[in-house]
Write a protein that binds this ligand. Structure first.
Ligand SMILES: CC(=O)N[C@H]1[C@@H](OP(=O)(O)OP(=O)(O)OC[C@H]2O[C@@H](n3ccc(=O)[nH]c3=O)[C@H](O)[C@@H]2O)O[C@H](CO)[C@@H](O)[C@@H]1O
Ligand SMILES: C=C(OP(=O)(O)O)C(=O)O
Length: 417
């Protein structure tokens, strides 16, 4: 099994280009099931999660072609040979569940295994199912599977108890081919929802309001094909911004939409890190003293839960006590014990972590327990004294394109073995 070895203490410098967003490309690939015409996605991120969702589509009989040189992906779901994505693939990646809405809306039937919990929380799918059932789907649960059928989905008003990203996406995709108007209230407002809506509208869907908490979808009979460039990954951008800050380096993070990283910029500045916004890029310069700051994760435009672990790594060496409160997932502190192995002083009190900054972290053998926990440990390793060895790095491969290569280019002493 691969490991990442880091010799800490190098100040990072230079430029890094951010890849397209994992959390955008996954629902957009799922959405291409809504049409029989070709969809071309440009400059896609070659990630493990992308491989998994493409395996799901492949197993359903979708034509897929990847042009590695151009970085383009060609998808044509003319017809499906199966409406049943396998347990094995859905188990490997929760986002596979996003194919449910599109398959149901277009073919009137889908059988998909329940995704189950994962390291960061129990992650139920009740809001997805409630929304699809309100659209008229007949849903049955049994033997670990969800089976849904419908003649034709019918538009309706759906209020989400929580602005779930995945539920908003699944319902929005299904509603595109429903009869009449669907209104999603208390919808998630994440930039990835806007990107998905833009993609769907290019296919001929009629969606307005994506990016606000009320999304209106006027159903259409059929969709065509399109090409689309997925937005940059705001979480990858935030991770490299912290890499600059935690090493006291100076890094230009390119291919970012600064509007999408407002909360990350604000918290870094509060911590005393210099951040300068330019056209599609940010310059980040570390500071000798990092101030302690409090953080509370929230749905967008609040501080993203997907940046919580990385920020905790930074605050582990801040001056003073920071309180990090996780409100989105109930179990997203798995990285705390690993950071403690590196000398961090962190206590968990319910949904909050109390981080008392230490002068420096020390290299240790640690384990990535999930994707962002893995990224946080790499960041911690970059600043730590001595050698850090991160195991279970397959988690990192899910969401970061060539993390080791990109960090090496910035001057890190890092290897993958
Ligand atoms: C592939 C993808 O885009 N993943 C992102 C997506 O995950 P995902 O779409 O799974 O996250 P959600 O927004 O749905 O989950 C947020 C909260 O709602 C709860 N919930 C969700 C659905 C449901 O039916 N019932 C329910 O109770 C979850 O357990 C969680 O506590 O948004 C999360 C929150 O920004 C991010 O951390 C993930 O990186
Ligand atoms: C939690 C994440 O992803 P997923 O929802 O795919 O598990 C993440 O990207 O940090």
């Amino acid at each position: 099994m691969s490991r990442i070895i880091i010799k800490g203490g190098r100040k990072l410098s230079g430029k890094v280009r951010i890849s397209a967003a994992k959390n955008s490309v996954l629902p957009i690939i799922a959405a291409s099931l809504l049409t029989g015409y070709e969809c071309i996605l440009e400059d896609i991120p070659f990630l493990e999660d992308v491989n998994v969702i493409l395996s799901v589509l492949d197993s359903l009989g979708v034509n897929i072609f990847i042009d590695k040189n151009k970085g383009n992906l060609y998808i044509k779901a003319e017809d499906l040979k199966s409406f049943e994505p396998s347990y094995e693939l859905v188990r490997r990646m929760r986002a596979s569940f996003l194919v449910m809405g599109p398959i149901l809306a277009r073919f009137g039937i889908v059988k998909i295994s329940m995704p189950g919990g994962c390291n960061i929380g129990s992650r139920p799918i009740d809001l997805h199912l409630k929304g699809l059932s309100q659209l008229g789907a007949d849903i049955n649960l049994g033997h670990g599977y969800v089976e849904a059928r419908c003649k034709k989905l019918k538009g309706t008003k759906i209020y989400l108890d929580f602005p779930s990203v995945g539920a908003t996406e699944n319902i929005m995709m299904a509603a595109v081919l429903a009869e009449g108007e669907t209104i999603i209230e208390n919808a998630a407002e994440e930039p990835e929802i806007v990107d998905l809506a833009n993609f769907l509208n290019k296919l001929g869907a009629r969606i307005i309001g994506a990016g606000t908490d009320i999304i209106k979808i006027e159903g259409v009979k059929e969709l065509k094909g399109t090409n689309h460039q997925v937005i940059p990954d705001r979480i990858e951008a935030g991770t490299y911004m912290i890499a600059a800050a935690i090493t006291g380096g100076e890094v230009t993070v390119e291919n970012v939409i600064t509007e999408h990283i407002r909360s990350i910029i604000a918290k870094l500045q509060e911590a005393g890190i210099y951040v300068k916004e330019e056209q599609n890029k940010v310059k980040v310069k570390g500071s000798q003293i990092i101030n302690a700051v409090d953080i509370k994760t929230m749905p967008y435009p609040g501080f993203p839960t997907d940046m919580q672990a990385q920020f905790m790594a930074l605050l582990s060496i801040a001056h003073g006590v920071s309180i990090i409160t996780e409100t989105v997932f109930e179990n997203r502190f798995m990285h705390v014990n690993e950071l403690k192995r590196m000398g961090a002083n962190i206590k968990i009190d319910g949904r909050s972590a109390i981080v008392e900054g230490v002068e420096k972290l020390t290299g240790a053998q640690v384990k990535a327990t999930d994707l962002r926990a893995g990224a946080a440990l790499v960041l911690a390793g970059l600043s730590a004294e001595g050698v850090t060895e991160v195991s279970d790095v397959y988690h990192i491969d899910r969401g970061y394109v060539d993390m080791v290569g990109k960090l090496k280019k910035l001057g890190a002493e890092i290897e993958r073995i």
